[in-house]
Design a protein around this ligand. Structure first.
Ligand code: ASP
Ligand code: MG
Length: 430
């Protein structure tokens, strides 16, 4: 059994959906397949915005956005299903009506709960279109709602997976379907939504932005898949973000551990939670381009021989660098550290880099309009705090062969930290 994940960019319009069908037909052998699909294009961003309008009572803007999201999907459907009487139109009408009905009521108090109800529509309608289109083009399939496969707690918007309940649900529902002999020429095909889950009581949850990769890993883990392929608009895993770097290189084969490190430092290609389940069952993960499905792309598995072959560069912008000093004559030691960490934990702020000296503790973290001022306020109760915003954090893995000078042109290094494999620098643009 294989798992394919198609993200937003790979289903962003009618031509892309047709390409998904082509990839399944031409590049997938004779093994049962589970297809995990995200919302189309930038739909999740639009629905997120719609949710804000809903919560803040901006009804006109909300309805405008609703109409826009709906018509985008109907337009895509029109290019895929010429018959005006095709059942897909009813299906979509119903899904959008459910959303419309929901946002016609007044919002409750719990933003995250409302968010999951609203934003999940993106994945629902996208899988309805993809499933119906594949069916129409001869790829018989069945659409299973992820809400009933990925069982989570009620931590809306960032739900935690209940692995035992999910394993049971996935096995009970998918295995009988995947094992059946089909009368069609192709092996059994399951479609489900990425990013979505559901509580045991049946409330819809989401797994955190970009969580569809994780969905693919959950299903692969439970069903002991032979491999997972994430189809993307880039050739594979690159050693830097092509939006920032001109000469990026493809990482042909890296180990799970290396991929986890890259994700940890902020590389955004794969959702960080994806790798551990795959590692624990030794399921290879491929990252391939949906533009050139013949190319091998990148392979992540248990082989680390090539991990050190080239440096990788990870940039994080909008960083805050805070230097924290005890107010009294004490040094930065365990007591003070414990207080500082308690403040970071309380405000749920992840530390990207830290360094201490006798007299101060320096920390670099992501700027957040709400969290940062609240954190600084609390820290200042016990410490003197100086901070700079608009810093950048550059991480270089395997920096030995890296061209650091080029990287630092026009930048001033404010803080630097090195381990055997990783160089991190907090810099300011000059
Ligand atoms: N559609 C969701 C998002 O854009 C989940 C995903 O694409 O992985 O965050
Ligand atoms: Mg996406």
């Amino acid at each position: 059994m294989h798992v394919f994940k198609f993200g937003g960019a790979s289903v962003k319009d009618a031509a892309s959906v047709k390409n998904v069908a082509r990839i399944i037909r031409e590049h997938h052998g004779n093994t049962p397949l589970v297809l995990v699909v995200s919302a189309m294009g930038k739909t999740t961003n639009a629905l997120e915005q719609l949710c804000s309008h809903f919560m803040e009572g901006r009804r006109d803007e909300m309805l405008q956005l609703f109409e826009r999201v709906k018509s985008t999907h109907i337009e895509i459907a029109k290019s895929l299903f010429e018959e005006q009487t095709d059942p897909i139109y009813n299906v979509l009408e119903q899904s959008f009506y459910q959303l419309y009905y929901y946002i016609s009521e007044s919002p409750g108090q719990n933003y995250n709960y409302e968010y999951d109800r609203i934003v999940s529509t993106g994945e629902i309608v996208s899988t309805q279109i993809v499933s119906a289109y594949l069916q129409k083009s001869g790829l018989v399939n069945r659409l299973f709602p992820a809400r009933k496969l990925v069982i989570t707690d009620a931590h809306f918007r960032d739900a935690r997976v209940d692995w035992i309940l999910s394993a049971r649900a996935i096995q009970e529902q998918l295995i009988p379907y995947l094992q059946q002999k089909q009368d069609t020429e192709h092996p059994p095909l399951v479609i489900t939504q990425g990013f979505l889950g559901g509580t045991p009581q049946g409330f819809t949850t989401t797994l955190g932005r970009e969580g569809s990769d994780f969905t693919a890993a959950i299903i692969a883990y439970v069903l002991q898949a032979r491999e997972v392929v994430i189809w993307k608009d880039v050739p594979g895993l690159l050693n830097a973000d092509p939006k920032i770097f001109d000469n990026t290189l493809l990482l042909e084969n890296i180990s799970y551990q290396e991929a986890i490190e890259l994700a940890y430092y902020g590389a955004t290609v794969i959702h960080p939670k994806t790798l551990k389940p795959l590692l624990s069952k030794n399921i290879p993960l491929k990252v391939k381009s949906f533009f050139s499905p013949d190319k091998p792309g990148s392979l992540i598995n248990d082989i680390g021989a090539m991990d050190k072959h080239m440096p990788s560069y990870i940039f994080k912008f909008k960083q805050v660098l805070a230097s924290i000093f005890p107010k009294d004559f004490s040094f930065i030691a365990e007591q003070n550290m414990a207080r500082i960490f308690a403040d970071f934990a309380k405000h749920n702020v992840k530390i990207n880099l830290m360094q201490n000296s006798a007299l101060s503790f320096s920390v670099c973290f992501d700027m957040d309009r709400v969290k940062t001022p609240a954190l600084l306020r609390d820290l200042k109760k016990n410490f003197n705090v100086k901070h700079n915003t608009d810093m950048e954090l550059i991480t270089v893995r395997h920096y030995e062969q890296a061209g650091i000078e080029d990287l630092l042109k026009g930048r001033e290094v404010v803080l630097e930290q090195k381990s055997r494999t990783t160089l991190q620098m907090v810099v300011r643009s000059e």
